[in-house]
Design a protein around this ligand. Structure first.
Ligand code: HOZ
Length: 435
């Protein structure tokens, strides 16, 4: 760890982290938040409201992690909190069907163009694992194609050349994944349609191709023009299913997700994050024909004690109903443009070459001078500089993702004033990093 990354402020976060490290692997319940990608001590958060979070030492940050995507309305939104209070009074879990689940399914079906039926689960990981089983069960094939640097949760079949925390920690293929299973996962470079075509020439038995239509887990990497259309055309022609992992992009880039924005329809869609309104939720959906293969309608098994939990449904449904107002996406687009232009300018003023990728309210500034279009180009970014910049921003009261290989998110609570304060903080932070 360089001295710029070393965190010497002491305080309650330090104290809690010292205790946490004795109790939880790496002191955390999910790896990236441990700050290993940037060095130093993770801030322990006491509370959050709107676009800001306050740590246990009382320091407030403008937050661009947004719980890794779900908080599109900002933290502790009054309407979501009040709906949750009402739901709480009726009990916390029944293990039996509720009206809320029907309303949630209707909301998702009405919003997401390719989805006619949906199954609620408890996380994005569960959603992608279930979608893969569905694809394998339906086609009777075993192999799966994924893209280098894309991350689809920690399911065995998907921890191969994965992004997010495993890329940050340099563990893209995890021990504990049986080799026999990993062999069934074929990887190809994102944004390379010819590479995908070659995979189909070289392999038979491919059940599905799973893709983040806009990647968030190697940092934000958008598809080249026409790329998603090519992926759709190839999978259709080769008779394999196409799974869009819209855990990050669903209800984020547009109400109907990346499939609405790019007008490319997958066979199966996985969702999470925003659909839970900040509570643990995932879902997968598809046409009626496909989804009716899931038990108990069909024979492909998948189940969950807390699936469709009433509190989670209430928080999610309240959030999704607010997002019926499509002008929200126009506002988020304007906010994204203002912030990213400002930060790119600040970097340039300080003499840094950065590449900022952005789609709507999802963005990443990479410390590189070359376009970032896939994992190879993302991995060329200067992670040490990112770590220094991250800490300089933290010092200035801005909480970015503690890894170069994660997307940042803007919420409706990020006012112009907060965005401008972030740009000003960026100016100071870039100057500090430049020394
Ligand atoms: N999957 C999350 C980011 N893409 C991980 C967050 C964490 O480790 O806390």
């Amino acid at each position: 760890m360089s001295s710029a990354q070393k965190d010497e402020r002491g305080g309650r976060s330090e104290e809690l982290f010292a205790r946490a490290i004795e109790l939880m692997p790496g002191g955390v319940n999910s790896p990236v938040r441990a700050f290993r990608g940037v060095g130093g001590t993770p801030r322990f958060i006491r509370s959050a409201k709107g676009a800001e979070m306050t740590d246990v030492d009382g320091k407030t940050y403008i937050d661009y992690v947004g719980s890794w995507g779900p908080m599109i309305l900002g933290h502790a939104d009054e309407e979501v909190l009040s709906a949750l209070r009402d739901a709480l009074a009726h009990g916390t879990s029944y293990g039996a069907p509720t009206e809320l689940e029907v309303l949630m399914a209707e909301e998702i079906r009405d919003a997401v163009p390719s989805v006619e039926m949906v199954r609620m689960v408890n996380s994005g990981t569960e959603a992608t694992m279930s979608a893969i089983r569905l694809a394998r069960g339906l086609t009777g094939r075993n192999k799966l194609v994924k893209f280098e640097g894309c991350y689809h949760g920690h399911g065995d079949s998907l921890l191969v050349k994965a992004g997010s925390g495993v890329a940050t920690l340099g563990l893209p293929d995890s021990p504990g994944v049986p080799a026999t299973l990993a062999q069934n996962t074929i990887t190809v470079s994102f944004n390379d349609a010819e590479g995908l075509e070659r995979v189909f020439d070289e392999h038979e038995d491919i059940a599905a191709v799973i893709i983040e239509p806009v990647v968030g887990n190697m940092g934000c990497v958008p598809p080249r023009e026409g790329y998603l259309e090519s992926v759709r055309e190839i999978t259709k022609r080769r008779d394999a299913l196409l799974i869009f992992d819209e855990v990050m992009t669903g209800f984020r880039l547009a109400r109907g997700g990346a499939q609405e924005l790019y007008k490319v329809m997958p066979d199966i869609t996985t969702m999470g994050k925003i659909i839970g309104g900040g509570l643990p939720v995932g879902a997968y959906g598809a046409s009626r024909d496909i989804m009716n293969h899931i038990a108990p309608a069909g024979n492909i098994y998948q189940a969950g004690t807390l699936s469709g939990n009433p509190l989670a449904m209430m928080a999610g449904l309240t959030t999704l109903r607010r997002l019926r107002d499509k002008s929200i996406y126009e506002r988020l687009e304007r906010a994204g443009e203002r912030l990213c232009n400002g930060l790119t300018g600040a970097a340039r003023e300080a003499g840094f070459e950065t590449v900022t990728n952005r789609v709507g309210s999802m963005w990443t500034s990479f410390f590189t001078g070359e376009p970032v279009t896939d994992w190879t180009s993302a991995a060329r970014s200067n992670r040490e500089l990112y770590g220094k910049f991250f800490h300089a921003m933290l010092e200035e009261g801005v909480y970015l993702a503690p890894s170069q290989f994660e997307a940042a998110f803007i919420s409706t609570a990020h006012t112009d004033e907060l965005l401008d304060r972030t740009i000003e903080a960026g100016r100071k932070a870039f100057r500090k990093v430049a020394g």
